[in-house]
Design a protein. Structure first.
Length: 164
């Protein structure tokens, strides 16, 4: 039996659970899992976090191109040695950074690689989806700041390019 929940049904279910005396509830479908437990903090916190998790599973983030923006003239303190002539390639989503399309394959780019607009520079895996990130500028890879297989945050600088 296949079960599908739309957002409205999910909200009604969560509201019903919030008003009930049920302490634990688990519902699984082919592509989702909803688990609500009470007395693990305030009930509204638990329900809000479950709504966020389910929302992300129902509506996975779309594949996106890399957003490259010029380095600001006043770099954040956690970014040592940034230069104003470089373009930072940042993570457009939370995920796991991969330099190559597969474990036994060569990396998309290395330090010193020349790249062009639209060229894949890495993969970000998010919710079991492999998102190939493409450069929005042509240039030379100057720095790769993230190790292969490392989790990254939204907006984290992945690499720096010298535009040409």
């Amino acid at each position: 039996m296949t079960m599908n929940l739309d957002h409205e049904e999910l909200h009604r279910l969560l509201a019903t659970l919030a008003e009930s005396d049920i302490q634990e509830f688990r519902l699984e479908g082919e592509d989702f899992c909803l688990e609500v437990k009470r007395n693990l903090g305030s009930p509204s916190d638990s329900i809000a976090s479950q709504k966020k998790i389910i929302s992300e599973e129902i509506d996975p983030p779309p594949q996106r191109k890399i957003e490259a923006s010029p380095v600001s003239s006043t770099p954040p303190p956690s970014v040592p040695g940034s230069r104003s002539d470089l373009v930072e390639v940042t993570a457009p989503m939370v995920g796991t950074f991969y330099r190559a399309p597969g474990p036994e394959e060569p990396p998309f780019v290395d330090i010193g690689s020349r790249i062009s607009v639209g060229q894949a520079v890495c993969i970000l895996e998010a919710m079991k989806l492999m998102n190939e990130l493409e450069s929005e500028v042509s240039g030379e890879v100057i720095e790769i700041l993230v190790e292969n297989g490392t989790p990254v945050e939204f907006g984290q600088v992945l690499m720096r390019l010298k535009p040409v």
